[in-house]
Design a protein around this ligand. Structure first.
Ligand SMILES: Nc1ncnc2c1ncn2[C@@H]1O[C@H](COP(=O)(O)OP(=O)(O)OP(=O)(O)O)[C@@H](O)[C@H]1O
Length: 246
């Protein structure tokens, strides 16, 4: 596929916090509809990398091009980028005083000017999709962690993003809730969503992703299909990481 077709293009991305160099020349192109899982040790820079893809972090050097738009260029409408790039966090970040339905409709109504009736209808369809059709009028505090995370996914989808970023979406969940969230993510992948997923869920990475990227100390050390990376890692550091977690 020619480079121009890649919906995410990252060239020599660098990110420092003060004197701490967290990302060191990361380059990666991701095709539309590709599902990429990012793995690596704690502190290796996975979250920071993800956050640079929608400018939640100001990058220190290099270039990030999302759907043809250089998000690092001056004058880029970052709100437009954020509408195209949905993000789901470890901690769901729902508005506690709003119902599930209002959590989902808020951005389409406020940022897109969608009418309440249209936004409600779309939100109910999304709730159905994530298996929570009966929770529209509940408040986040009445939901389990897994349900909250599924609402958070529905909320992101309500903006019709072209890309979804997931930052350890199941790490804060009780083990019995993990499967229901991964199932929603798997369904999304099957529907052709472009996804970048920072995860410790190696089963999900193996089963669902097209590519697994191993980040070590701020660099992409190795990347491959899940079968190749998990079964035949070539770099000693990848082998060491996988031997600790698999
Ligand atoms: N806002 C910040 N200010 C200063 N340092 C930061 C900031 N955010 C992250 N860091 C540092 O950058 C490094 C990489 O953090 P990051 O969260 O990207 O790692 P990670 O691979 O996602 O780790 P984990 O798996 O534990 O979430 C760490 O040393 C972290 O302390």
């Amino acid at each position: 596929m020619p480079a121009a077709m890649n919906i995410i293009q990252v060239h020599n991305l660098k990110k420092s916090f003060g004197t701490l160099e967290v990302l060191k020349e990361i380059s990666i192109d991701i095709a539309a509809q590709e599902v990429v899982c990012v793995i690596g040790a704690s502190g290796s820079g996975k979250s920071t990398f993800l956050r640079c893809l929608n400018k939640l972090e100001e990058i220190t050097g290099g270039q990030v091009i999302i759907d043809g738009q250089d998000i690092t260029a001056k004058g880029t409408d970052i709100n437009k980028i954020r509408q195209e790039v949905g993000m789901v966090f470890q901690h769901f970040n729902l508005f506690p005083h709003k119902t599930v339905l209002d959590n989902i409709t808020l951005a389409p109504i406020k940022a897109r000017g969608v009418s309440r009736a249209v936004a409600n209808k779309a939100a109910l369809e999304l709730l159905d999709k994530v298996g929570l059709a009966d929770k529209a009028n509940a408040y986040p505090g009445e939901l389990s962690g897994g349900q909250k995370q599924r609402v958070a996914i529905a909320r992101s989808l309500a903006m019709n993003p072209k890309i979804m970023l997931f930052d350890e979406p199941t790490s804060a969940l009780d083990p019995e809730m993990v499967g229901e969230v991964l199932a929603v993510m798997k369904q999304l992948a099957l529907e052709g969503m472009t996804m970048v997923v920072v995860t410790h869920e190696m089963g999900f990475a193996r089963e669902v992703s097209d590519r697994v990227v191993f980040i070590h100390q701020g660099r992409i050390l190795e990347q491959n299909t899940p079968a190749a990376l998990f079964d035949n890692p070539t770099e000693p550091r990848t082998q060491e990481f996988l031997s600790k977690i698999l």
